[in-house]
Design a protein around this ligand. Structure first.
Ligand code: URA
Length: 216
């Protein structure tokens, strides 16, 4: 079977609600931050399906023994927020994955080349086999940043099939780049928008996610 990039847009009223709040230009920074936190929570919840490893065991209830399914603690789970804006989704993601290790990765746009330049890389040299990695990045626009992070992760031994990306708004240029190199990859997002403007902003989008999260 040929693999294809899969992009899930969960039809969930809470995800739709918080996306609407985030899109509204009248939303103040404090509420925008809450909206992104909530989107981080619900998109992580959705992304955890068929991704978080489980194991079966037996527990004793007050009445008898029965089979129970738990998250397998032997298999590492990591979250990689792409700074700055990815920090906005982190709090909600951590609420769902409280035992995950957090590896920060900071990228800033070089204003001359317009390419993302790494200013912080807390990734381990090598990830343990089977590690599940969740990348948090609210906007997948041109795809420059996400491709840079995917490259770093796969070089460090992460299997792209075990990576999930959560994003609030994604656009076709980023999806095309990801699909060309990582056909087995799975993305969870609140929406797929149509286009980018000539500055690389997603339209209709929600503006500069980092500025709106941090009130700058
Ligand atoms: N990054 C943002 O914050 N907003 C966009 O629209 C595109 C990239």
């Amino acid at each position: 079977m040929t693999q294809q990039l899969r992009v899930y847009v969960p039809p969930h009223p809470l995800i739709q609600h918080w996306l609407g709040v985030a899109r509204d230009v009248a939303t103040p920074s404090v509420l925008f931050r809450s909206a992104i936190t909530e989107l981080g929570r619900w998109l992580t919840y959705e992304a955890a399906r068929e991704w978080l490893p489980t194991q079966e065991t037996t527990v004793q209830t007050p009445l008898t023994t029965c089979v129970a399914t738990f998250i397998n603690p032997q298999i590492p789970v990591a979250v990689v927020p792409i700074l700055r804006a990815g920090l906005g989704l982190l709090e909600g993601a951590q609420g769902v994955l409280p035992l995950a290790s957090i590896y920060h990765f900071g990228l800033a746009r070089n204003e001359e080349t317009l390419e993302p330049t790494c200013y912080l890389n807390k990734l381990p040299e090598k990830f343990a086999p089977e590690t599940r990695v969740l990348i948090t990045e609210p906007m997948l626009a041109t795809g420059g940043s996400i491709m840079a992070v995917m490259d770093e992760l796969t070089q460090r031994g992460v299997d792209p099939a075990l990576i999930r990306i959560i994003s609030v708004v994604v656009a076709p240029p980023a999806l095309k780049k990801l699909a060309a190199v990582y056909p087995g990859l799975i993305v969870y997002t609140a929406t797929i928008d149509e286009t980018l403007d000539d500055r690389g902003y997603i339209v209709p989008g929600l503006g500069d996610a980092g500025d709106r999260i941090f009130g700058t």
